[in-house]
Design a protein around this ligand. Sequence first.
Ligand code: MN
Length: 286
Amino acid sequence: MRKVLSSATAPSGHWVGDGFPVRSLFSHMGGSNDYTPFLMLDYAGPEEFGPTAKPRGVGVHPHKGFETVTIVYQGEVEHGDSTGRGGVIRPGDVQWMTAANGILHKEFHSEDFTRKGGTLEMVQLWVNLPAADKSAEPGYQAITDADIPSVDLPDDAGRVRVIAGSYGGSDGPARTFTPMDVWDTRLKAGKTVHFSPEEGHNVIVVVLDGKVTLNGDLCLEGAAQARLSRDGGGFTVEAETDAKLLILAGAPIDEPVVAYGPFVMNSEAEIRQAITDFNSGRFGQL
Ligand code: MN
């Protein structure tokens, strides 16, 4: 069985712009690459917003050197970027944005959600790119709820929606630069499930909602996460209540991580270059 290397409950939150009250469940910002290829996971909400006229969110800002993955559970997020693409991300949808060589984008509540108000709940996951792919063209995958296969777990224990990678013979729709699984997992109270991600992959079990016991030993109550050893076979999750998890497993990218705000590169020199490029308008227009 894989060993639990660390675990943490969500810290108190902070706001990203005026639209996203987030709790960072893990982050590379302190200089850690322990979660590689994953860099950061922000869990936004669930938060009630009243109806209003002006969309709340984050205005135009850059990203470079990695990918942002937005998973919407409740509410609607509208996106636009410097490649000219955009759209509304609805409950069950996932937006997989490749910043790579540099992108500008903005993230707001949708017009409709703004006008009606409601509950917003989403995750934004940052996924690193290998050095060789940090200069790739920026890209954008709009993945809808209907694109994501849902696999029923044995013993009526719940289900896994396969966003990336594969589970139970079903492949997720997301195209990734390095091998990884992103499993949107729902477990029913009282059920125990055994998961067996690829050997050598880093594994992070994120409990967004509910209470589970990991490997018969560690209690995790949402929002919380645990990081498992890269080897050792599978692990078990016993649901004490109905639970909503995000299970992440990926091939480690064991390269230096040098981050400055929305830029994640391999060296200080590359960060300085990214800032120069951004300031001189080389990330395009929005
Ligand atoms: Mn952003």
